[in-house]
Design a protein around this ligand. Structure first.
Ligand code: PLP
Length: 456
């Protein structure tokens, strides 16, 4: 296993020059940054030589096939030597090969537009919707609905569609034309106790459409299972009704699979659990498991056709470019990533281990009153922590953070809804790699068990 590195230079240079993502600026004045130097399978080692079991796939639901995959590294290396880059107006062998493989997993979809990140893939859709609005509806149907507690990325326009207030705070003014609809977490019902919460939450979308005027609304963006907003699995009947509403009001359905995509929930894509027929699907993190940067915006032929034969013929294409989008290393890594998921039957593993993980979390729920609710789909689970089970009063985020920190001390990395939801940063998040075994899950849940006992 890896040896401890000489830390002093690394830490000094990090402190002097690195602007860390999502970290309080004063944090590293008092503690050393964790420098991760190596990974293999489900585990990573930091620069002190300490081993960690990673229950969040690289911190943010990304390394779906696990660390240290030489075959992906070799595929990328071979491709880079052959051809590292050419602009996306031309084709490439890995770009075309991966697009076909991906479309084969997505009945009803036909076109792949490459980008670099989830935020960018989502913005491509927003631009497509706006262009359709201009081409087909004289500027009407330009509004895009998004949902409370969902997240779609970090750019100003992606944040304009952000249902997590703390993420968006201080970055306005935002891009106009984005309108929020209510979340669908029954545990935090906005309508008290209702017998058909899923239908009620979907009908709330219709209410917003009617308020705004159906002729102004072009699309809605939704996560199939809300990720950073608290691992929100959809209530019964929700998706069927959402689909009906979209069809009734001619609203394009954009499914953000940046987290759920590529096996995380036990199917290739999260929407495939719910019989959804999307017009757009975006994906990023698990597409190449972090071995290369790649994101995809996938659409139907119907959407693609809307860009042909527009009234102003020289504008009959999507006038968008992304220098590195589809850059050959990304699809080369993605092809091998997909092969691994298929050859190692990882979707079956996700379903089996997901069920096992939910069972273990259920046992913890029986033991610790601090757990208010456990939610999940496949290897994508959350445990919402409460100060009082009856009133469902959320714990302060410092308590959830203490559980995360305690697990880290034990050598297990877990996550939480973090700095995103006013007063509701209280859900522990788990998304181990799709290769997780029972032993890994036992180790993860044992660490959480210990942490909950210590913290509460
Ligand atoms: N969409 C969802 C659901 C996400 O969780 C994220 C990031 O966490 C994004 C989009 C943005 O992806 P990226 O960070 O690659 O821009």
């Amino acid at each position: 296993m890896p040896h401890a590195n000489d830390l002093s230079d690394v830490i000094e240079n990090d402190r002097a020059h690195i602007w860390h993502h999502l970290s309080q600026h004063k944090k590293y004045e008092t503690v050393d940054p964790t420098i991760i130097v190596e990974g293999k399978g489900m585990r990573v080692w930091d620069a002190t030589g300490k081993e960690h079991l990673d229950a969040v796939s690289g911190g943010v639901w990304t390394v779906n096939v696990g660390y240290g995959r030489e075959s992906i590294a070799n595929a990328v290396r071979d491709q880079l030597i052959k051809l590292n880059y050419f602009a996306g107006s031309a084709g490439s062998i890995p770009g075309s090969t991966f697009a076909k493989a991906l479309i084969d997993k997505m009945p009803g979809m036909t076109r792949v537009y490459y980008a670099n990140s989830g935020s960018e893939a989502n913005e491509k859709v927003y631009k497509m919707v706006r262009q359709i609005s201009h081409n087909k509806y004289g500027g009407k149907k330009h509004k895009i609905l998004f949902r409370d507690r969902d997240y779609h990325g970090t750019t100003i326009t992606a944040l304009s569609s952000c249902g997590q207030p703390e993420r968006a705070a201080q970055y306005g003014p935002f891009t106009p034309g984005f309108v929020e609809v209510p979340h669908c977490l029954e545990y935090r019902s906005q309508w008290g106790e209702v017998s058909d919460y899923g239908i009620r939450a979907a009908n709330a979308i219709e209410e917003v459409i009617l308020r705004e005027g159906p002729d102004t609304v072009g699309a809605i963006v939704l996560e199939p299972v809300t990720a950073g907003g608290g691992v929100i699995t959809p209530p019964e009947g929700y998706w069927e009704r959402v689909q009906e509403i979209c069809e009734q009001y001619n609203i394009l359905l954009h499914i953000d699979e940046v987290v759920c995509g590529v096996g995380r929930t036990g199917k290739w894509f999260g929407y495939q659990h719910y019989g959804i027929k999307p017009d757009f699907v975006t994906m990023a993190k698990g597409v190449a498991s972090g071995y290369a940067a790649i994101a995809c915006t996938v659409t139907t032929e119907k959407v693609f056709e809307m860009f042909k034969d527009t009234p102003d013929d020289h504008m009959s294409y999507f006038r968008d470019i992304s220098t590195f989008g589809g850059c050959t290393a990304g699809p080369a890594a993605a092809i091998e990533n997909m092969r691994i998921i298929e050859d190692e039957n990882l979707l079956d593993n996700v379903n089996n281990m997901g069920e096992y993980l939910m069972g273990r979390l259920g046992e913890l729920e029986g033991k610790h009153t601090a757990i208010g609710q456990v939610r999940g789909k496949g290897l994508f689970c959350g445990a919402e922590l409460v100060a009082d089970r009856d009133t469902r009063e959320p714990v302060h985020e410092s308590m959830a953070a203490a559980v995360v920190a305690n697990c880290m001390q034990q050598g297990v990395i877990i996550g939480m809804t973090n700095r995103s939801l006013n007063g509701l940063n209280n859900t522990l998040c788990l998304s181990p790699a799709l290769i997780a075994t029972k032993d890994d899950i036992d180790e993860i849940t044992q660490a959480i068990d210990n942490a909950l006992t210590t913290v509460f």
